[in-house]
Design a protein around this ligand. Structure first.
Ligand SMILES: Cc1cc2nc3c(=O)[nH]c(=O)nc-3n(C[C@H](O)[C@H](O)[C@H](O)COP(=O)(O)O)c2cc1C
Ligand code: PXP
Length: 216
C-alpha cells in the first residue's frame, strides 16, 4: 500500500526512451502522430483519451476526459454535447488545454489552443458512424445537468421506443457535435531518470514553429 498516514510513497523512475533535438520535425504534427501511433501499437487502453480543460467566465478551470476522434493538419477534433459544462465554457472562452498521458511510455503531450465547432457535415458524419446505443445516449442525455436516475431512464426508454417504431430518426441532435482545437503551443515530454526529463515546446511564430527545450 503506497498510502500511509496520509502520505503517498511511490518513486518510480522514468526510463522508457529519450527525446532529443534530432528527433524534432519542423512542425509538431508529425511527432504527435508518431507518438499517438506508438501508443496504439503498444496496446494501451484508450490511447486517444485526453484531458481537456476549459475555463468559465470567472476564470475557474475545469477538466474532464474526452476521446480525440481526429488529428490532422488543422488540429485535434473531439465530440461532445454543446450544452454541457465544457460546451458552455468554450462558448464563453474558446481557449482550452489538452493533455495526453501515455504513462506506459513515460510520455505526455500538452496542447494549448482555441476550440471551434467543426462543420455540421463533419459532425453528422461522425455521429452516423457511432454505435446506435451511443447515439441514443447522447441524444437523450442533457449532459452536465442535474437529473434523477428515473428521469434519465424515462428519456432513454422514450427515445428507444420512438426509434424502434420508426417515429424518430436517429440523426445528430443540434446539441451534439465536434470541436476542432487549433494548437498555438504543443509540448512533448519524455520522462527520464532522476526527474531530468526531456521537454520540447513548439510555439507558433510568424507562420512557422519556434522550438525550445524546457527545463524539467
Ligand atoms: C475514457 C473516457 C472517454 C470519454 N470520452 C468522452 C467524449 O468523447 N465526449 C464526451 O462528451 N464525454 C466523454 N467522456 C465523459 C467526460 O469525461 C465527462 O464526464 C462529460 O463530457 C461531461 O463533462 P462536463 O460536464 O465537464 O462538460 C469520457 C470519459 C472517459 C473516462
Ligand atoms: C458521455 C460520452 N460521450 C461521448 C463519448 C465518446 O463516444 P464515441 O466513442 O462514440 O466517440 C464517451 C466515451 O466514453 C462518453 O462517455
Amino acid at each position: 500500500m503506497a498510502l500511509e498516514n496520509g502520505k503517498i510513497y511511490d518513486q518510480r523512475d522514468y526510463d522508457s526512451g529519450t527525446l532529443g533535438e534530432s528527433d524534432l520535425p519542423a512542425s509538431p504534427r508529425a511527432l504527435f502522430e508518431s507518438w499517438l501511433s506508438e501508443a496504439f501499437d503498444h496496446g494501451l487502453r484508450d490511447p486517444n483519451a485526453m484531458v481537456i480543460s476549459t475555463v468559465d467566465d470567472r476564470g475557474i478551470p475545469s477538466s474532464r476526459v474526452v476521446l480525440a476522434r481526429g488529428a490532422d493538419e488543422r488540429g485535434i477534433v473531439f465530440y461532445t454535447n454543446y450544452e454541457s459544462r465544457k460546451g458552455r465554457e468554450i462558448a464563453q472562452n474558446p481557449r482550452v488545454s489538452l493533455l495526453f498521458h501515455w504513462r506506459e511510455l513515460d510520455r505526455v503531450v500538452r496542447i494549448e489552443g482555441r476550440a471551434a465547432r467543426v462543420s455540421e457535415e463533419e459532425s453528422d458524419a461522425y455521429f452516423d458512424s457511432r454505435h446506435p446505443l451511443s447515439r441514443i445516449g447522447s441524444t437523450a442525455s442533457p449532459q452536465s445537468s442535474v437529473i434523477t436516475k428515473d428521469e434519465l431512464a424515462a428519456r432513454i426508454t422514450a427515445l428507444t421506443a420512438g426509434v424502434e417504431s420508426g417515429e424518430i430518426e436517429l440523426t445528430r441532435p443540434a446539441h451534439w457535435g465536434g470541436y476542432l482545437v487549433v494548437p498555438d503551443e504543443v509540448e512533448f515530454w519524455q520522462g527520464r531518470p532522476s526527474r531530468l526529463h526531456d521537454r520540447f515546446r513548439y510555439r507558433r511564430d510568424a507562420g512557422s514553429w519556434r522550438i525550445d527545450r524546457l527545463a524539467p
